[in-house]
Write a protein that binds this ligand. Structure first.
Ligand SMILES: O=C(O)CCC(=O)C(=O)O
Length: 266
């Protein structure tokens, strides 16, 4: 059943384009995600079909010698076939109850990631808008969940958002002019680091829901600890493809996880 947002929460989301929910996941749930990530990147378990394991660009280019698989990995992406992460995070009822408050009762998962920010690499993610990656609309029926697995601080590269930027347009994106940029970490053109950005420092288990047009990114991890987060994007099954657009395909299926399909929907 949909979580009922308070008037204050609804107003905050509408005005700012994001909402932080403290303590949505507990330590045992976060430990499960952490362990599964470790097992996947070390090869202790086989990566699920269609899952992408992405090495940090500095490691891949030999600029940094990583001491472990964990130190070498920027993220695992598209874990919709993983028998642990997907049910334990993306389709868990308490998360879907919140998602329903943003996108309505008919919910599809459209993308998933466990993001690792290891020490000793650049690892920055420039300010960008996730709608770039979704060939369907309306944007208001798409939402991201992003849950801190570790404490996320300014020092270790917490999420950064530009409040209210979701009211703007989808901007053109490009590779930032940095020496080391992870694969497909595009930045919104002309935005830079934006003077109105806000750092979302979060405790483990805190979850932020955000709009796909919200400008967001993250900084470098300047500590010697890891900064992990788990994230999933959701859309209403009623969303419709843009003219001429096609589903991304088998590699990233849109999976109905609550409610009903819509004729002509994604
Ligand atoms: O977790 C992060 O560092 C940022 C992730 C992000 O914004 C993304 O992958 O779109």
């Amino acid at each position: 059943m949909a979580h009922q947002l308070t008037g204050e929460q609804r107003q905050f989301y509408d005005e700012n384009g994001y909402l932080v929910v403290p303590g949505l996941f507990d330590a045992s749930e976060l430990a499960l995600y952490r362990q599964r990530f470790s097992d996947i990147v070390s090869g202790a378990v086989e990566a699920a079909p269609e899952m992408l394991l992405m090495r940090d660009v500095m490691v891949a280019k030999g600029a940094v010698a990583a001491q472990s698989d964990e130190a070498a990995t920027a993220k695992v992406q598209d874990f919709h076939n993983d028998p642990v992460l997907y049910p334990a995070y993306s389709t868990c009822a308490k998360l879907l109850d919140w998602v329903e408050a943003f996108v309505g009762p008919d919910i599809k998962t459209i993308h998933s990631m466990l993001i690792n920010k290891p020490p000793n690499v650049d690892g920055r993610h420039p300010l960008h808008q996730d709608l770039l990656y979704f060939p369907f609309r309306p944007a208001d029926q798409i939402v991201a969940s992003w849950t801190a697995i570790d404490p996320c601080t300014r020092e270790n590269g917490c999420l950064v958002v530009v409040p209210g930027s979701h009211k703007g347009e989808l901007l053109p994106h490009e590779n930032p002019d940095w020496e080391f940029v992870n694969f497909a970490y595009f930045g919104a053109k002309g935005v830079g680091s934006h003077p109105e950005r806000v750092h979302l420092e979060m405790n483990p288990g805190d979850t932020v829901f955000f709009h796909p047009v919200l400008l967001h990114g993250s900084g470098q991890n300047r500590t010697q600890d890891y900064r992990k987060a788990i994230s999933c994007h959701y859309a209403s099954a009623a969303c419709q493809f843009l003219p001429g657009a096609k589903p991304v395909g088998q590699m990233r299926p849109y999976v109905l996880v609550r409610g009903s399909e819509h004729a002509g929907g994604i």
